[in-house]
Design a protein around this ligand. Structure first.
Ligand code: DSN
Length: 418
């Protein structure tokens, strides 16, 4: 679609952000770089179309083409995760969780979910989030000595609490999650099981993390993290009765018109995620995370749980006399973008925190490999050990920029959306 740029203020900010992504190395564990085709689908005429309802049951005329798009997206999502049912309309992971909780619970019901300070998510019971407002959330957490979930402890808590729902899934947990054990605990405690696989959806799709779909009553996800699609949410389940409730909870329960341009982009991403290339990508994400974690530990950094099984790690910076916010700024100053993060049993407030969360989903997309991880691990450890060494920072800034330049993201591609 041809167009003239007239809004200089906005286009210059968009160009600057595109350059930032191209020139810096993205270590935020929840971010990724969608393909040019996924991005292009979001800048299309589909953004104009109202389509409240579901395919062939809309509240607007002229939906024949967007119906086709949504049908394809749902079919691909079901195929990707081997589920019987799917809803691709949630605008985000939180919206997907709103719908799942509305479908599965009544106000005031008890839920057992991962403690926010141990790696859980805002929509898993933060007191100021709708989840914490409307339901009675209780937290399970990782063990202080191992940094890992102890499923026997989760079982004890579930048996004494008898929640209506157990929620598995996290935003900052670097170990595999045992969905089979969660199912068995839920069954013994008489609870439903909801899994939020937002962070690991791409690893599940790529076959490098166990799938929760055979075990959970309902699975929510985001489409833009390891799954590498457009920003958005989605839900899968196997039971037709749950799907009916979920569909009603998404629309009209929590949302109005679906974002059809984003649903088209989701469909493209789901197709990409079915390829052998994506399986290789998912394997490389985990391999890169492992090498980066080993390099950091080898250079004297403490990682929560000692390492990683997935795409992320939590680096404790207290021994270096730093807080997470300072470490985040320091890494950003050399072109490595990450985020401060609470670590389990943290004594700092969330805006300071004692750690940084680092992920390999985006840097693997741009083709960085194990040798690059060894180099990057050395940069990060050296910087965190010597935060005031300006000449070290200057050298690393130059080397990081060179590494980014030698692995372009979109440059050279016919990226319609750029
Ligand atoms: N904000 C996301 C993350 O960083 O993990 C979760 O929604």
């Amino acid at each position: 679609m041809e167009f003239q740029r007239t809004d200089d203020a906005i286009w210059s900010a968009i160009d600057a952000e595109t350059n930032r992504q191209e020139e810096q190395l993205e270590l935020i564990a929840s971010e990724n770089n969608a393909s040019a085709e996924v991005i292009a689908a979001m800048g299309t005429s589909l953004t104009n179309k109202y389509a409240e309802g579901y395919p062939n049951r809309r509240y607007y005329g002229g939906c024949e083409h967007v119906d086709e798009v949504e049908d394809i997206a749902r079919d691909r999502l079901k195929q990707l995760f081997g589920s019987d049912r799917a809803n691709v309309q949630p605008h985000s992971g939180t919206q997907a969780n709103v719908a799942a909780l509305m479908a599965l619970l009544s106000a005031g019901d008890k839920v057992l979910a991962m403690d926010l300070n141990h790696g859980g998510h805002l929509s898993h019971g933060h007191p100021k989030n709708f989840s914490g407002e409307f339901y009675e959330f209780h937290g399970y957490g990782v063990e202080e000595d191992t940094g890992r979930l102890d499923m026997d402890r989760v079982r004890e808590q579930a048996m004494s609490l008898r929640p209506k729902l157990i929620l598995a899934g996290a935003s900052a947990y670097s170990r595999s999650i045992d969905f089979k054990a969660f199912r068995s605990i839920a069954d013994d405690a008489g609870a439903l099981l909801l899994v939020d696989m937002a962070h690991i959806a791409g690893l599940v799709a790529g076959g490098v993390h166990e799938s929760p779909v055979p075990y959970a009553d309902v699975v929510t996800m985001t489409t833009h993290k390891t799954l590498r699609g457009p920003r958005g949410g989605a839900i899968v389940c196997n039971d037709v009765e749950w799907l009916k409730k979920i569909n009603t909870a998404v629309f009209p329960g929590g949302q109005g018109g679906p974002l059809m341009h984003v649903i088209a982009a989701k469909a493209i991403a789901f197709r990409e995620a079915m390829t052998d290339d994506f399986k290789t990508y998912a394997k490389n994400v985990v391999e890169n995370a492992n090498i980066l974690a080993e390099t950091l530990v080898g250079r004297g950094m403490r990682l929560v749980s000692g390492g990683t099984d997935n795409h992320l790690m939590l680096v404790d910076v207290t021994a270096q006399g730093l807080t997470g916010d300072v470490a985040e700024d320091l890494l950003h100053s050399v072109g490595l973008t990450c985020n401060k993060n609470l670590i389990p049993y943290d004594q700092q407030p969330p805006m300071k925190a004692s750690g940084v969360r680092i992920g390999t989903a985006a840097i693997t997309t741009r083709g960085l490999n194990g040798d690059d991880m060894r180099t990057m691990g050395a940069w990060i450890a050296d910087l965190l050990h010597s935060p005031n060494d300006d000449s070290l920072a200057k050298r690393i800034r130059g080397e990081a920029a060179a590494m980014a330049a030698s692995h372009p993201l979109y440059k050279g591609q016919a990226a319609a959306a750029r």
